[in-house]
Ligand binder design. Structure first.
Ligand code: ATP
Length: 830
């Protein structure tokens, strides 16, 4: 069969969302549609998942009465399920959200952005905006999926898939992006595998022509994982899982106060039929006492003794609250389900603890997507389009994933196979295998949970291997600093080390502000923002000799510094000081924590996720206000020092139309183009409808073109077309309560830091003359690079640091600024 597509053929791509809804699906649709248009594709959406594919564009054939969508409260009024998103062709895209706004389907005419030529639409909540808008009416801030999702019985049948294939071919669509959970991607994989036989059958039935056979011989298909459970193998994260984790942690954070007040236990059931990721991560990042996950049931049989022993130990040392988290698919080692009500009964009957059950249910799915569920789907959606464009019949279909910080493509079939293998391993009671099939981060998180929640009767290390470990915060506060400290303290106690807090950085050390931390004393630190130890920017060279003397006086044998650029600098100073001061012949680590994310060589610092979530929250509120009264451009100023990370990533996540960074600076030509872009953009908007737009400016982007100056320029130039205002987010970006991802990452990295200190302490301990064996490697920074965690000796970091501007010489996110502009079609509109 001929399956070559003509070279000049314009790819027609469709995107659908399927299975359970998840936050971030709208951002996927937006990114795929915009990415497709930018790459010259004809872009379509399919409503109601596979069900829409099976029902097809039935308008011409049999008028349909309103069809119930996956959401029973929403009716889809438009009978066509497969919709070409096209400008100026008289069609209006209607989504079901009109219904809950008083039964009115919102419509408005859209004018053609002529520079983009035949420019399709992107689906917008309750109203339509074109892809160039970058306006307040974007889809980012909405949870769920605005193009609808469904669980389609018909698509599970060969006849249903045959009809789906026919509907795609009828519209000339040759590429499909499927965003859904493992079921949806299994369906996608099957559809792709069956495609040649479906084509043959359709030809045999004379439903398609030879020409169509030749053109559609190969279905290009790409999967994006939209699932709140994070249950797909070969990707670290699925779209919607971080937001669900936010919802769970918000609930647990709220429960803490009532639990403490009444000295109660709370048993929380969270989603996750076959995957314990939500329960595990919620356990790690909320400081729970005990968790139940399907992949790793409690070791003892019966498990009730193990749980009661753990909870009682915590109570014995004075803990007033207990939190137990259960994944809905939790099992014991004999595969009997473990139910929240039963766990409650056990706690009440055996320990006499007043216990309540809270089932979070569908609240976990809902709400505004967090930063990560805007950022990840945007990058993955754009990559999906590239993957489709590069697809050939001899290449496998890909699933777009993420590994640490890298967008990855893995064969869809492999990912589906491996995901099923986890369920099979659980069924076969091979829990070691089930754990080994999860990604390394999952395993490390479980180790982290055990290390930070299990009180043991005896320290694990012999006396001679124990250390006095000092922990210090340096620089500005950042979300996760306290969580990292708590994890380090608990690890130390478990091993037999002595955890020492140095309060108020090097100044505090010089004032002997140093004390031992206890297991219970740090209990609530996991959810606390700011710095419990106190932090400042003083460096050890304030008096290096005196600092060394204090190290000696307090017999410090290992040091962990948590902070930003100053902490890196401090480590460098002390490493250089080793020549003169033997007190520094100890292992020393720096765990990067700064909202600016300006520490060289690491792609993430603790606190930057918290900060981006604060920025997203603030910008959502500002956008609402910006479009409330008239056309208005808000110039939002962010912190970040000389590093534009927060500004750029924030701009990408909130759909800002311009971002100013210190790396690029600001000049008059740029401002002239920006004014031109804004004027052209506002001229394309619908008259009479207010649009708010966001411009993000890093505080140090220019000393001349300040936020005030830019706001005044925009106001002056906007004339009657648009107004301009400014907002400075300032210290709100430090974010209050740390985000769950920052907390979980803090635990994971902190434990790696402790293992590092132990490793080098052992090397040094075995030699009487430490100066002979001490190397630069024992003073290092823990970094996240690409898809792994790497230790970089501080000396090596210097080559990658711009010491004057206090940032790295290389920034992995550089391309994101271009992406922000591309997504609002700035290049076409200036
Ligand atoms: P979630 O993780 O939220 O449950 P999911 O994608 O796993 O999402 P499912 O209900 O399992 O949700 O699958 C969604 C749809 O994908 C199904 O309704 C069906 O149409 C299709 N699908 C699932 N499995 C298959 C399969 N084996 N063959 C064909 N289609 C399938």
């Amino acid at each position: 069969m001929a399956n070559e597509t003509p070279k000049d053929h314009k790819m027609k791509l469709a995107v659908l969302t399927s299975g359970g809804d998840s936050a971030g699906m709208n951002a996927v649709v937006r990114a795929v549609v915009k990415g497709g248009i930018l790459k010259g594709c004809d872009t379509w959406i399919v409503r109601e998942g596979y069900e829409g594919l099976v029902r097809g564009n039935t308008e011409a054939e049999a008028p349909l009465s309103p069809i119930r969508s996956a959401n029973p409260d929403v009716h889809v009024h438009d009978p066509s399920f497969i919709k070409n998103l096209r400008f100026g062709d008289g069609e209006l895209l209607r989504d079901g959200t009109g219904d809950h706004r008083g039964g009115r389907v919102l419509e408005r005419p859209v004018h053609c952005a002529s520079r983009l030529g035949r420019c399709p639409w992107v689906v917008c909540p309750g109203e339509q905006a074109d892809i160039t808008s970058g306006s307040s009416s974007d889809t980012y801030s909405q949870g769920g999926t605005l193009i609808g999702t469904a669980r389609s019985k018909a698509f599970r049948t060969p006849e249903g898939r045959l009809t789906a294939a026919y509907n795609l071919i009828k519209e000339g669509i040759d590429a499909l992006v499927v965003c859904g959970g493992d079921g949806s991607l299994t369906g996608a994989d099957l559809f792709r595998a069956e495609w040649p036989s479906l084509i043959q059958k359709l030809r045999a039935e004379d439903k398609i022509t030879d020409e169509q056979v030749a053109r559609h011989g190969h279905l290009k298909i790409v999967g994006l994982v939209g699932s709140i459970d994070n249950d797909m193998s070969l990707t670290d994260m699925t779209i919607g899982a971080p937001t669900a984790l936010h919802r769970i942690c918000e609930a647990i954070d709220n429960i803490h106060s009532t639990a403490i007040s009444h000295s109660r236990a709370f048993v929380l059931e969270v989603m996750g039929r076959h995957c314990g990721w939500l329960a595990l991560l919620a356990g790690v990042s909320s400081g729970a006492d005990f968790i139940f996950i399907p992949e790793c049931p409690p070791q003892s049989n019966p498990w009730e003794d193990e749980m009661c022993k753990a909870i009682q130990r915590h109570r014995d040392i004075g803990k007033r609250k207990s939190v137990i988290i259960i994944a809905e698919g939790a099992l014991d080692r004999d595969l009997n389900p473990i139910r929240a009500e039963y766990v409650k009964d056990v706690l009440v009957e055996r320990l006499g603890i007043d216990t309540r059950v809270t089932t979070l249910g569908h609240t976990q799915r809902g709400g505004r997507p967090c930063f990560f569920d805007r950022f990840l789907p945007t990058l993955q959606g754009l990559d999906a389009v590239d993957a489709l464009l590069e697809a050939t019949p001899d290449k496998p279909s890909y699933m777009i994933g993420i590994s640490e910080n890298k967008i990855t493509r893995v064969p869809l079939v492999e990912a589906v196979k491996m995901t099923k293998a986890v369920a099979k391993a659980i069924e076969e009671k091979d829990f070691d295998k089930a754990m080994s099939l999860r990604d390394p981060e999952f395993r490390e998180s479980l180790e982290g949970f055990i290390a930070t929640s299990t009180l043991e009767s005896e320290p694990r290390l012999p006396t001679e291997q124990r250390m006095r470990v000092a922990i210090m915060h340096i620089g500005a506060p950042a979300g996760g600093m306290n969580a990292a400290t708590r994890a380090a303290v608990r690890y130390c106690i478990r091993q037999g080390h002595t955890p020492l807090a140095i309060s108020n950085g090097f100044r505090g050390l010089l004032d002997d502000n140093i004390y031992e931390l206890s297991w219970l004393g740090v209990d609530n630190w996991i959810v606390r923002g700011g710095s419990e130890l106190g932090t400042n920017r003083t460096l050890p060279d304030v008096d290096l000799g005196a600092v060394a003397a204090k190290f000696q006086q307090h017999n410090i044998q290992g040091l962990m510094m948590i902070g930003g650029f100053e902490a890196f600098n401090a480590l460098l100073i002390m490493e250089n000081g080793r020549k003169h001061y033997p007190a520094f012949h100890i292992p020393m680590v720096h765990l990067p924590a700064t909202i600016s994310n300006n520490v060289p060589m690491t792609e993430f610092s603790l606190g930057s996720d918290t900060s981006l979530n604060a920025l997203v929250d603030a910008c959502d509120a500002i956008k609402q206000s910006a479009s409330a009264s008239r056309n208005r451009v808000f110039v939002v100023e962010t912190q970040g020092g000389k590093c534009g990370y927060i500004a750029t990533m924030g701009a990408l996540a909130v759909g800002a139309c311009i971002v100013y960074t210190p790396e690029q600076g600001i000049n008059l030509d740029m401002l002239r183009d920006d004014v031109k872009f804004l004027k052209n953009r506002y001229n394309l908007d619908v008259k009479g409808k207010n649009e708010g737009r966001i411009v993000i400016r890093n505080e140090a982007a220019s000393s001349v073109y300040t936020t005030e100056v830019i706001t005044k320029i925009f106001k002056e130039e906007g004339g009657s077309l648009f107004d301009s205002r400014s907002a400075s987010l300032g210290h709100t970006l430090q974010g209050g309560i740390p985000s769950p991802l920052d907390r979980a990452r803090a635990v994971r990295l902190s434990l790696k830091c402790m293992a590092f200190l132990e490793k080098y302490n052992e090397i040094l301990r075995k030699h009487s003359q430490r100066s002979k064996v001490i190397t630069g490697e024992s003073a290092a920074v823990i970094t996240i690079q690409g898809s792994g965690v790497k230790w970089v000796p501080v000396e090596e970091m210097v080559a990658h640091a711009d010491m004057k501007n206090r940032r790295g010489t290389h920034t992995w996110w550089e391309g994101a600024k271009d992406l922000v502009e591309k997504l609002v079609a700035r290049p076409q509109l200036i």
